[in-house]
Design a protein around this ligand. Sequence first.
Ligand code: BG6
Length: 475
Amino acid sequence: MSNRFPENFLFGSASAAYQVEGAYQEDGKGLSIWDEWVKLPGKTFQGTNGDVATDHYHRVEEDIALMKEMGLKAYRFSISWTRILPEGRGRIERKGLEFYHKLIDGLLENGIEPVVTIYHWDLPLALQKEYGGWEDRKIVEDFKAFAKILFDEFHKKVKYWIVLNEPNIFTQLGYVMALHPPGMKDMGMYLKTYHHTALVHAYVVKLFKEKGYEGKIGSSIAYTPGYAKTNDEKDVEAQRRYYETVNHYIMDIYFKGKYPSWGYAYFKEKGLAPEILPEDEKVLVESAKMTDFIGINYYQSATLAYNGEDGIGLSDFNVSGEKGNFRESGIPGLYRQVYNEKLKYTDWDWAIDPDGLRYALVEISERFGKPILISENGMGAFDEVSEGKVQDGYRIDYIREHIKACYDAIEEGVDLMGYCTWSFTDLLSWLNGYQKRYGFVFVDFEKEDLPRIRKDSFYFYQEVIKTNGENCLKK
Ligand code: BG6
């Protein structure tokens, strides 16, 4: 391969509705579980919320103009369910659809490929209240109806669809760690809701294929590859248990249609495994074959060590950005995640490991044999404006090294469709407020008119796109 990425490679960037749009009660929008959660005392960092966010809803033309200036090939965004269906089902709000037509048309007119995430965590509050949202199989029918509205409305314009964003994260944080709505700590409920997400993915993919819409469809999983801390057999066994109960568990059900046997048997023995109906098996296997690509959100790797039956449990995350607060976390009897001396860490104690991305891409490609889209990758940092500039060289280094890792993975045979950074503009971090920034475009949240300022990384990524990655690959 020449020292460039394939010509049709999608160098893009991403966002999610709740994190950028604002306008949370405008044009008939209904409330989502996040609109409620952020108002409960103590649930988010310093009580931050997405009522206004970056005000993307009103500034969509300005944001697209910045994307065009950068030369972005693809923009991944999500659709707010309650803008379209304020009560979660039934009455359709036309103004919601019009907003997304405006966004999609604006992207297409500027040569930017829209990549649509159908669900990025903002479940209609009405469905949560009525039947517990993801806790009930009823979610499948409501989700399918929502997805069908989107396919019918946008299928002529949108070629890339991501059904779910990080189902492993929103179920884990919502049902094991009580950090996201609905704030429960119940392992069995986590596994049950995760199973329901897999069913939603499966039925929506089947619908998409059977109705013959053109385009490609997948879902995005947050994937954290894991290494054994040492070659001691206990650590190696901890790594295997991590794969069986985490990585293979979350991936296989989506992209093979069944759970890994050791992992499922482990949860079954504990009385925690989800019920699998005969019709589930059928649709999961069928749709796994129909799924066009695997979306991967990659931020960091994990290093795993032995954790005895009386070992440590899950710990909360660093949400303050005070570096050096890494805390070991684990499941007694399975594994524990430890600090990796060989890696550098961000201020939020996330391991910076570009080679982990290459490693993840190769293992996923070999296990599932499908094309992969990196739907998120990026570095959260405290950025500062000085004399009108944001000098985020650390982010440039991070992205350059991860792009190199993509190139290496392609050379090792991975069919990689594209690379979307997280995120285009700065935006709301669900648990870390507005101080943890990821964007190429700085948003000054202190000022009422939310000015946008291009960071150094903006110009760097512009060059990445212009040279099709060549500027990252030079020795
Ligand atoms: C992913 C999500 O988990 O990571 C995004 O899909 C999120 O919505 C991103 O913002 C970064 O996470 P955080 O917690 O640093 O904002």
